[in-house]
Design a binder for this molecule. Structure first.
Ligand code: ADP
Ligand code: MG
Length: 383
């Protein structure tokens, strides 16, 4: 839905025009998985898909929230009565942002918000971060808070961690808040420094496809916490604060010091994926874009065999794509479903998409959704 439609929806709903309309994108991670909480590296890009929100201030501490995409009435809350971990509905995402801003001492005295989003939900493309970041940017502008993009991302992450109760890293919100068109974002999850990496695939005759498998296996629910615990255990046994501090060149020696086979696999994944992010950045800097393909596939093998968070649908995407001429492919996001990314020659995109569709049909899986990951702008004011 465009800015005009969301603006009109707001006016119809609340009886007056909004003060403004903002957008924040979903993201896809190109490389660097489960590295963020290990204070390592990631490299996401912002998608053309956005959450668009029309917002006005209020002075009576009332917060009214509505999504055009959810059946249901306006959610009406009071900003003084927001309590973490109590709301399990979609409204917890924008409400959490109001809560976290107020916790940080900003005098948010209420708001009316109406939104609509084109970011697929639950596909590992961060529809939740888009909701948080669009709310944070709108309130930052309307209440003149003067917060920087990285600060907004940090606050949005805290809303998701502490108010909604999802222990995510800071990548999703940073990508949504800080990405720029035509670039991927290299993020150092230790000091939160960012670097915009030119990622203009179209000019090279290339495309990055997102393949949303449209499955979400329940197995994933406890897996994130379990992997996190395993990584922390590995860091403790190696005497470092985070796995980021294990040098790639020293990986074999470090692995030799770990007795637990499970922990050893997790450490190998994290340390090697950090290295793959740096490899990809180096190749992009050198203009060798096609050469990142095999690195993506190595990342998938590591996620499948060492971290063990892939699933048959994601493996089928990667194997079929690579067998049909893709330059490389990997699952992306938390795993156990969600999406994969596939690097292709633009001229071969249709053939590879068709091969994936046919492989899914032959396996009896739900048809996947495939679209190009055009590196797009981060959060912005539309009107
Ligand atoms: P992801 O961020 O990977 O898409 P999450 O489970 O973290 O998946 O977030 C999805 C949740 O975000 C949805 O269940 C819903 O609560 C909320 N959400 C996303 N998009 C919308 C929308 N357009 N309207 C209302 N809520 C939404
Ligand atoms: Mg999410």
């Amino acid at each position: 839905m465009g800015a005009q439609q969301v603006r009109e929806g707001f006016t119809e709903l609340y009886g007056t025009a909004p003060e403004g309309v903002w957008a924040a994108p979903g993201r896809v991670n190109v490389i660097g998985e489960y590295t963020d909480f290990n204070e390592g590296f990631v490299m996401p890009l912002a998608l053309p898909h956005t959450a668009v929100a029309a917002v006005s201030r209020r002075t009576d501490c009332v917060l009214r929230l509505h999504s055009a995409d959810i059946d249901g009435p306006i959610v009406e809350l009071h900003v003084d009565e927001l309590r973490p971990l109590t709301d399990t509905s979609w409204a917890a995402y924008p409400a959490g942002v109001v809560w976290v801003l107020r916790q940080a001492g900003h005098a948010i005295t209420g708001a009316d918000l109406h939104l609509s989003s084109t970011v697929p939900t639950g596909a590992g493309l961060s529809s939740s971060a888009a909701l948080e970041v669009v709310t944070a940017l709108a309130l930052n502008d309307l209440y003149d808070l003067g917060l920087t993009r990285p600060e907004l991302a940090r606050l949005a992450q805290r809303a998701e961690n502490d108010f909604v109760g999802v222990p995510c890293g800071v990548m999703d919100q940073t990508a949504s808040a800080c990405c720029i068109e035509g670039h991927a974002l290299h993020l150092d999850c230790r000091d939160l420094s960012i670097r915009q990496i030119p990622f203009d695939l179209a000019s090279q005759g290339l495309a990055l496809l997102v393949v949303d498998t449209r499955v979400k296996h329940a197995l994933g629910d406890g897996a994130y916490a379990e992997r996190r615990e395993g990584c922390e255990k590995g860091a403790r046994q190696l005497g470092v604060s985070h796995l980021r501090d294990v040098p790639y060149d020293d990986l074999d020696r470090a692995l030799g010091r770990l007795s637990d086979e499970r922990v050893r696999r997790y450490v190998r994944h994290v340390v090697s994926d950090d290295h793959r992010v740096e490899q990809v950045v180096g190749l992009l800097d050198a203009g060798e874009v096609r050469a990142i393909g095999p690195v993506l596939t190595q990342g998938h093998v590591s996620l499948r065999d060492d971290l063990r968070i892939s699933c048959p649908e994601l493996d089928l995407v990667v194997d079929t794509a690579n067998a049909s001429g893709a330059l490389g492919a990997r699952m992306t996001g938390g795993g156990f479903g969600g999406s994969a990314v596939v690097l292709v020659e633009a001229s071969g995109a249709d053939t590879i998409t068709k091969a994936i569709d046919e492989a899914f049909a032959a396996a009896g899986y739900t048809a996947p959704r495939v679209f190009p990951a055009v590196p797009s702008a981060g959060a912005r004011r539309l009107s």
